[in-house]
Design a protein around this ligand. Sequence first.
Ligand code: ADP
Ligand code: MG
Length: 345
Amino acid sequence: KLHNTILELKGNIRVFCRVRPLLHDESRSTEGKIFSYPTSMEASGRQIDLAQNGQKHCFTFDKVFIPEVSQEEVFVEISQLVQSALDGYKVCIFAYGQTGSGKTYTMMGRPGHPEEKGLIPRSLEQIFQTKLSQQPQGWKYEMQVSMLEIYNETIRDLMSTNRSSSENGTPGKQYTIKHDASGNTQVSDLTVVDVHSAKEVAFLLNQAANSRSVGKTQMNEQSSRSHFVFTLRIYGVNESTDQQVQGVLNLIDLAGSERLSKSGSTGDRLKETQAINRSLSSLSDVIFALAKKEDHVPFRNSKLTYLLQPCLGGDSKTLMFVNISPDPSSVSESLCSLRFASRVN
Ligand code: ADP
Ligand code: MG
């Protein structure tokens, strides 16, 4: 029996593990379960055990969500974090995992099933509700949305109207990332839209999702090979007290974390996989350098970490979902994901 050392994360970084249910076409004929939950099957559990070749591997996270946990129950656990963006914090929520492990389900939900909507639409509903409820106290908020994709270390604007005319980014657009002294990020040429309701953002999200899936047929299922970054900027002013807040909520559906061998990579695909591996490992490097309060945090090693730099350091708040597939054939990828998230070597 193998017990991995657990890195207890400190400060403003949390890791939640979510195991999705078996899908209809997945084998149910395994002897026993791959996952066992020491304290019955409770959503409040923090531990996940995984057996491979007769060895048991145990991991502990801030929370472990078993397959039965609904989108609504997951949202309850993060709503406080979403709320803190309205209080002026910079927040990042990531979904990490192999393709098919439930990242997009967690973030967006299941198309055509409103009761299964994910944490992006739920967050927006909560934010706009709070915006209304705080009006009597004098609070006025302005909100802006941008959505982009990072593919092969290149930024693509998902709200640019002429995006579909090009397969390799919009010609002439630079998308240069700049941070000012107060931690505000500007990406040149990136479309930023003022938004006034959750419905409006839902419409924009839908458009962006279509713009991603256009890419899917044209470009090798690019949506699983790229990072999706949704950003909501919040500017709040209290007209009776003159208080001001500036918060940011970043919701990130990461590229599939599956390793090289499985994707049978040569040529472009190899380059793609290397870019993904590099940016995921630099994300891990950054998060763990921050958790350990190291002096040097290697933000500049990838587009993603550089883009999010002001929202990862300082007094910002970060949550990582590690999405896991219960499919027995995914055990070794699952082990990799759990190790990534607990940084066990
Ligand atoms: P990924 O984005 O990581 O590639 P998806 O989110 O697309 O994975 O999930 C793969 C499939 O599993 C989809 O059909 C999705 O609807 C389903 N799925 C994922 N998580 C859940 C869940 N918690 N409950 C029900 N179905 C889920
Ligand atoms: Mg996905």
